[in-house]
Design a protein around this ligand. Structure first.
Ligand code: HEC
Length: 100
């Protein structure tokens, strides 16, 4: 008898916890996504691009390749330039933000 009265309370507590987690997480994820296209983040991408991508050849023109092509090119070039995952992403976002 006691168990049966407890179950809905446990369920409600669980449902509340899930709802609270979802609500508190959503704005944070959005803020992180916005931050990746912030002026500061893109400026860092530009610096890395200029410093790391003109060592072996001339600095490439962002507009010469499509977004999809850049994904492939950077998958090949980021390791050559010894970029970490964040730097790779910064350079990609910078290139996409300036290309025509
Ligand atoms: C260690 C030397 C090296 C570094 C550093 C380097 N590249 Fe390259 N890159 C190459 C070589 C070699 C080629 C030509 C052969 C090839 O495509 O693999 C090339 C070719 C390219 C091409 C032409 C690809 C095509 O399909 O026309 C682009 C664009 C490019 N690199 C962009 C970059 C960018 C952006 C960076 C910085 C993240 C970078 N590279 C850093 C060596 C380098």
């Amino acid at each position: 008898m006691k168990k049966n009265t407890l179950k809905p309370a446990i369920f409600l507590a669980f449902a509340f916890a899930v709802t609270a987690t979802t609500i508190s997480c959503t704005p944070k994820v959005q803020a992180e996504a916005d931050q990746k296209f912030s002026t500061e983040y893109l400026a860092q991408g530009q610096t890395i691009f200029h410093n790391s991508c003109a060592k072996c050849h001339d600095l490439p023109d962002p507009s010469e390749h499509s977004d999809e092509a850049w994904t492939g090119i950077l998958a090949e070039m980021a390791p050559k330039a010894k970029l970490n995952v964040t730097q790779h992403e910064m350079v990609y976002n910078y290139i996409i933000s300036v290309k025509n």
